[in-house]
Write a protein that binds this ligand. Structure first.
Ligand code: HEM
Length: 494
């Protein structure tokens, strides 16, 4: 039985993955199709591009695969044994069982108003920050927004300063780890200056997570979590997601999570939720600025459905075009663009032998653009996700959140957040490309960034949706605090 063919250049040489990861994979997929192999830092890696083979690895034969591979080993010193990096097995299954209920759609729905509030707070800050037509650094804005949203839903809103310190430490950690695939470095145990900086950044992230948890464990906050506002993410009203995790009980053994495991899981959730959603938002608005036709349809839907009020959970099903814009963004610019598995035992995929111990590499950026499954794959076309046009497509050809038992636990959270943020921002602002701006290209780091960031001219929309929609509830408009900017954020837990 054949094994996957090795990638070779026209002269028989081995092209390098690390110098141009996307180009390398695109060229290899065009030439070799469903399956091929290459060497990554001396290790053989098998790349899967066929949706059914990928489904077999992630779902059908999942018991034959685990996460004992380079990609996760690399980030394990940071994320330890949380859900993202846990190699698999009993501990993993127990954690996932306990945590799953906290991410059910009905629970996520309770965070929706907090997401919209945070977005409108950001837009209120923009009034002071940007003159109409001024260029905004949307990557930086969305990075701050997603962190506010995740910390608000996990820990309540009173975490401004800690969240900022966490963001700095996270960015530094990510910068160092993100360089690995371009400039592979020695193991983290070797005390290079970069590794020492990394250790310090990890310690700072740990301190922030401990501060979040300790603050949430105070009797006042714990009592709030049982009150009528629990789960709404209202400032000072209960901790919601964190309390759900603190109180989670395994249905099989009746036990809960110890502090250390809780700490790791919280870190994994924040990391899982932060950059992925930030990048998706940034890509979505970059595309809207490039495609006024799509922006106009979105505006029309928003103005008809919302009629000037802020979006809420019920509006998500009433705004199918916005949902399709989100889906198409996640197709073309899948933020968690690569994942890996190790074959624990031999398998056969599409007639190819997968020896035990093989490293399997899956890349959703490439999968989502394979012309065999996607018509005009390089065109941003939200309507490809209408039910009519989706029905004949191989449904495993789209997996921005992965698949199977390790599918993203935060996928409902992310989809609700992305759609609400899109609605709330496009309701009040429109965006244009600065003159002469070069095209924004994907930059493959730990997640798929818009290279150089997204910088767009921002203008309030005229008419009904141009002003600040009223605060949606009676919490004193806490989310609309007119913060002048990150450095002056008054909401601090520390
Ligand atoms: C657009 C946003 C997001 C994308 C594209 C995304 C994508 C993914 C993907 C592809 C995986 C599976 C990786 C694998 O199988 O190796 C994953 C896992 C995970 N994600 Fe997300 N994610 C997003 C948002 C979130 C959010 C908002 C959270 C938390 C609130 C989150 C938390 C996690 C966690 C904890 C895991 C590990 C799950 C497990 O193995 O059991 N993610 N994500």
């Amino acid at each position: 039985m054949p094994v996957a063919r090795p990638v070779k250049g026209p002269d028989g040489s081995r092209p390098r993955f690390s110098s141009d990861q996307i180009g390398f994979l695109e060229r290899a997929a065009a030439e070799y199709g469903d399956i091929f192999r290459f060497r990554l830092f001396g290790m053989p890696v098998i790349v899967l591009n066929n949706p059914d083979h990928i489904h077999q690895v992630l779902v059908g034969n999942r018991h034959k695969y685990d996460k004992e591979v380079l990609l996760y080993k690399l980030v394990r010193p940071v994320l330890r044994n949380g859900l993202i990096t846990n190699p698999g097995g009993e501990l993993y299954m127990r954690q996932r069982r306990m945590m799953q209920p906290a991410f059910r759609p009905a629970v996520v729905a309770r965070f929706a108003d907090g997401m919209t509030d945070e977005t409108n707070s950001m837009l209120d800050r923009w009034r002071d920050r940007y003159r109409p037509g001024q260029v905004a650094d949307l990557s930086a804005e969305f990075s701050e927004l997603t962190l506010h949203i995740v910390t608000r839903t996990l820990f309540s809103a009173q975490v401004g300063e800690t969240a900022r310190r966490f963001a700095e430490a996270f960015t530094e950690t990510n910068d160092i780890l993100g360089r690995f695939f371009r400039f592979p470095f020695p193991p983290l145990s070797v005390p290079t200056p970069a590794h020492r900086r990394l250790r310090r950044a990890i310690r700072r992230m740990d301190d922030c997570v401990s501060a979040f948890i300790e603050r949430s464990s105070t009797p006042a906050n714990a009592a709030d979590s049982a009150g009528p506002d629990a789960g709404t993410g209202k400032p000072g009203h209960g901790i919601d997601l964190l309390h759900l995790l603190m109180n989670a009980v395994d249905e099989e053994d009746g036990g809960g999570m110890d502090f250390e495991q809780l700490h790791h899981e919280v870190l994994n959730i924040v990391v899982g939720a932060y950059e992925t959603t930030t990048n998706a938002m940034a890509w979505a608005f970059q595309v809207l600025a490039e495609r006024p036709d799509i922006e106009a349809r979105l505006h029309e839907e928003i103005d008809t459905v919302l009629d000037g009020r802020p979006p809420g959970m019920d509006d998500l099903r009433r705004t199918p075009y916005a949902r399709r814009v989100v889906e198409e963004t996640l197709r073309m610019y899948s933020p968690a663009w690569q994942f890996m598995r190790r074959a624990r035992e031999e398998d056969v995929l599409g007639g190819h032998r997968i020896p035990a111990g093989s490293n399997i590499y899956i890349n959703s950026y490439i999968l989502h653009r394979r012309p065999e499954y996607w018509e005009d794959p390089d065109v941003f076309d939200p309507d490809r996700f209408t039910p009519e046009r989706s029905k004949d497509r191989n449904r495993h050809a789209y997996m921005p959140f992965g698949a199977g038992e390790r599918i993203c636990i935060g996928q409902h959270f992310a989809l609700v957040e992305l759609q609400l943020v899109l609605l709330a921002i496009a309701q009040r602002h429109r965006f244009t490309l600065p003159p002469g701006q070069p095209p924004v290209r994907p930059q493959p780091l730990t997640t798929l960034h818009p290279g150089g960031g997204v910088h767009l001219e921002v203008r309030p929309r005229s008419g009904a949706a141009g002003g600040t929609p009223p605060a949606h509830d009676g919490d004193g408009g806490e989310g609309q605090d007119g913060r002048p900017g990150p450095a002056a954020d008054p909401r601090s837990a520390s």
